[in-house]
Design a protein around this ligand. Structure first.
Ligand code: PHE
Length: 337
């Protein structure tokens, strides 16, 4: 084999043609008048007659091979050009689709419900737009209670008999009216209060309220259930404390604090340097409420509690501004998925 033929064959195989300008370089190097291959063709006539046939054959084969490569490359490049001009840029990097995730409020709400479901509570739901009876009157709110005021409650303009529920205790009333004891329910849902929006309070937030009614229910039982909940939610080493409080529908009433998870009880901004943070309200259901909802308070007693989900999620994820939940900024929401 002629070493020159072999060399040009190698060059042909190594030459990469990926764009129009490469194609022209290929043509100049292998097919133009001045190319080495063309010169070899010119030399055929100078070769001695015995070798000429064989040499001529090889050089001509090489020339055909080069032409074939050139034609193939040309077709390929022209095809990709038509795809590009037809509006589809096949070289563009693909867009990655990211999947959605639950909102942190939904995540914490589900978690709270799951904990109470583990110990036998069933979940109930109901309307956001309520009437005065289910939100206030049945729950022993006096006529002049400030929560009934326009400043605290959103009323429906066309008919002020209706209002946006200020707590999901309305669902406890609905359950007591329609079910016979024993009753063991939790009521998750969105609630509305006419409050100024700040880092610590919002006019919309979420609650999970609970109600247990049976014979001889004690305050100690409630405390034990709430301690179980706090440990499941915030960890086995969580400490709780109950402080006396007041709600129109429970007697006695209390507020429950947990030891601040952010400073470990040492005192910080979140716990206002007390080492404790309030997480829920609770108490023994007032006999008036039981009677108003058709349950005999001489036979039955019960406890109720209510907690705010945003507050719970703030403690769990160390979030310091409640407004973040409602701004729908994906940079914030993406951290919980
Ligand atoms: N409904 C009360 C609130 O919204 C919470 C609560 C529920 C308190 C049940 C005691 C018993 O603040």
């Amino acid at each position: 084999m002629n070493p020159k033929v072999e060399e040009i064959k190698q060059q042909l195989d190594q030459f990469r043609v990926e764009a129009g300008e490469h194609l022209e370089a290929f043509r100049l190097q292998f097919l133009s008048k001045k190319s080495e291959l063309q010169q070899l063709l010119g030399e055929i006539k100078n070769v001695t007659p015995e070798l000429r046939k064989d040499f001529g054959q090889k050089v001509n084969d090489l020339k055909q091979y080069a032409q074939q490569l050139f034609d193939d490359y040309k077709e390929k490049i022209e095809n990709s050009a038509t795809i590009q001009t037809s509006g589809i840029d096949v070289t563009r990097p693909a867009v990655l689709y990211t999947t959605g995730a639950l909102h942190p409020v939904s995540m914490v709400m589900n978690q709270v419900c799951e904990i109470f479901e583990m110990i036998g509570f069933s979940t109930v739901s109901g309307p956001d737009i309520e009437d005065d009876w289910h939100v206030f009157s049945a729950l022993n709110f006096p006529q002049d209670h400030p929560a009934r005021d326009m400043q605290d409650t959103f009323f429906v303009n066309v008919n002020p008999e209706f209002l946006l529920r200020t707590h999901t205790s309305s669902l406890q009333v609905r359950t007591m009216e329609s079910c016979l004891p024993p009753i063991r329910v939790i009521c998750p849902g969105r609630v509305y209060r006419n409050e100024t929006i700040t880092a610590r309070s919002h006019c919309i937030f979420h609650q999970v309220e609970g109600l247990y009614i049976a014979k001889d229910v004690s305050f100690a039982e409630m405390k034990q259930v709430l301690l179980f909940f706090a440990k499941e939610m915030f960890g086995e080493d969580t400490k709780i404390r109950l402080r006396p409080s007041y709600f129109p529908f429970t007697e006695p009433s209390a507020e429950m604090d947990i030891e601040c998870k952010i400073c470990g009880g040492k005192g910080c901004n979140v716990c206002k340097h007390s080492g404790w943070v309030e997480i829920l309200g609770c108490g023994m259901v007032d006999p008036n409420v039981l009677n108003d909802c058709g349950i005999d308070s001489k036979k039955y007693s019960g406890y109720a509690f209510g907690l705010g989900i945003e507050r719970m999620a703030m403690l769990k994820y160390k979030i310091n501004d409640i407004r973040l939940y409602f701004e729908n900024d994906v940079r914030f929401l993406g951290q919980f998925g």
